[in-house]
Design a protein around this ligand. Structure first.
Ligand code: URA
Ligand code: SF4
Length: 217
């Protein structure tokens, strides 16, 4: 008699969430996550960091090469550009909760180099329970999505960064949510003029969102 083959392979981070959610517990549990195949080739889980009571949360895309090695979000070239934008907008990085839509680095080999691979929708979906848990614990007043991937993770697949960037949107995730340029998109802009404009827009969006965290309504 044939028996149906049962598979216990996890398909999402949901199987790894701790029963009680605090940032340290979530971070510890995420270290063991096997919710998709990305953990296999990455060095470590890069979880979000920042105060548990941050009023502003920034959501990036996925850790890069340096983040993967060091275990912290936004510590590579994109992180340096973000630091500049935060400084110009007069936002203290240590007061912001900084995380990514996907918590493991994805890469393809190119000779000796590890070439960044853009995460697939299935990785974003598999990893979303961690982001949702971070939002439940931190309860930020305003969330800023850096780039289309983070925006689509929280605002749906129809979101278009070129069309909807900088809009403050009422949402069930937070009082207001906004999407702006990803710092890597700024770095990749081929023309200096575009790069400068995008960096200015990123800075202005950060400033505008930070102001909204203080708005009383
Ligand atoms: N890009 C991201 O989206 N997140 C990081 O942490 C680093 C680079
Ligand atoms: Fe888990 Fe996310 Fe890593 Fe996939 S990318 S193994 S869902 S933490």
């Amino acid at each position: 008699m044939k028996t149906a083959k049962t598979s216990s392979v996890p398909t999402s981070a949901a199987d790894f969430l701790p029963p009680r959610e605090t940032l340290p517990r979530l971070q510890a549990a995420a270290r063991e996550c096997r919710g998709c195949e990305l953990y296999e080739r990455a060095t470590q889980t890069v979880f979000g960091e920042g105060p548990a009571k941050a009023s502003l949360m920034l959501v990036g895309e996925v850790p890069g090469d340096q983040e993967d090695r060091l275990g912290h979000p936004f510590v590579g070239p994109a992180g340096r550009l973000l630091d500049d934008a935060l400084a110009t907008a007069k936002i203290a990085r240590q007061e912001v909760y900084l995380t990514n839509a996907v918590k493991h680095f994805d890469w393809e080999p190119r000779g000796k180099r590890r070439l960044h691979a853009r995460p697939k929708t299935r990785h974003v979906n598999a990893c979303r329970p961690w982001l949702e848990a971070e939002i439940r614990v931190v309860k930020p007043r305003v969330i800023i999505c850096l780039g289309a991937l983070a925006a689509q993770a929280l605002l749906g697949r129809d979101f278009r960064i070129t069309r909807d960037r900088g809009e403050l949107i009422a949402s069930s995730w937070a009082w207001r949510i906004m999407a702006t340029w990803h710092p890597s998109a700024v770095l990749r802009a081929p023309e200096v003029r575009d790069r400068e404009r995008m960096q200015q827009e990123l800075t202005d969006d950060l400033r505008k969102a930070a102001r909204m965290t203080k708005d009383r309504q």
